[in-house]
Design a protein around this ligand. Structure first.
Ligand code: GAR
Length: 219
């Protein structure tokens, strides 16, 4: 089977992008990166991509009068690449419904909370403010309602008394870098099917998210 073709959308540092690049380069992920697209020209993730000879597209959202116009251009750019999957990796813009419908259900997002808890921004602060004992990250299919699509996989960790926003972000990143390549590889191997309304993993519908720590086949 051909390698799955990915387009990764970023807005910032791109450490998740880096984890995907590394997983491809070390043979853990049987995919190829058709392009990395950023809505911010100064995103460090673009530099990461260039260092690995991955085509980059910088689409500065501030140059567009309306969100719809930006997303229409984004859609045209992506359609010309004909990717199998669109990976949101720290892409910090709300997508229009038209864009989402154009590619649904082939858009994945990674979000730094145990969804449905803490949709939107400042998730680490919210977990601290609520004195949560646990926090984590979720990978989900993107649907029009923000951070509300079916969750595929979650990773969970304990919040310690001395944790702060930075330490929670580090813990979240550590899990994310393991989880995103894993989930994409499941799609490459056709173990994970996104086309059935709810995600289906190993022929079982995912009604409640898979939990990273419960998986026996993670190396
Ligand atoms: C990640 O922690 C990701 O979960 C979060 O942004 C960070 C990007 O880091 N995404 C969101 O908050 C989306 N709502 P990275 O640029 O280093 O990959």
């Amino acid at each position: 089977m051909d390698r799955l073709s990915l387009v990764v959308l970023i807005s910032g540092s791109g450490s998740n992008l880096q984890a995907i690049i590394d997983a491809i380069e070390n043979g853990q992920l049987n995919a190829r990166l058709s392009a990395v697209i950023s809505n911010r020209p100064d995103a460090f993730g673009l530099t990461r991509a260039k260092q690995h000879n991955i085509p980059v597209i910088s689409l500065d959202h501030t140059k567009f009068a309306r969100r719809e116009l930006f997303d229409q251009q984004l859609q045209r750019e992506i359609e010309s690449l004909r990717p199998d999957l669109i990976i949101l990796a720290g892409y910090m813009r709300i997508l229009t419904n038209d864009f989402i419908y154009a590619f649904s259900p082939k858009i994945l997002n990674i979000h730094p909370s145990l969804l449905p808890k803490y949709q939107g921004l400042h998730t680490h602060q919210k977990a601290l403010d609520n004195n949560d004992h646990f926090h984590g990250v979720s990978i989900h299919i993107v649907t029009p309602e923000l951070d509300s699509g079916p969750v595929i996989l979650q990773g969970k960790f304990t919040i310690e008394a001395d944790d702060n926003i930075n330490s929670l972000q580090q813990k979240a990143h550590k899990l994310e870098h393991q989880m995103y390549p894993l989930v994409i590889q499941w799609i490459c191997e056709q173990r994970l099917d996104l086309d059935q309304g709810l995600p289906v993993f190993d022929n079982k519908t995912i009604n409640t998210p898979l939990l990273l720590e419960d998986l026996t086949d993670v190396h």
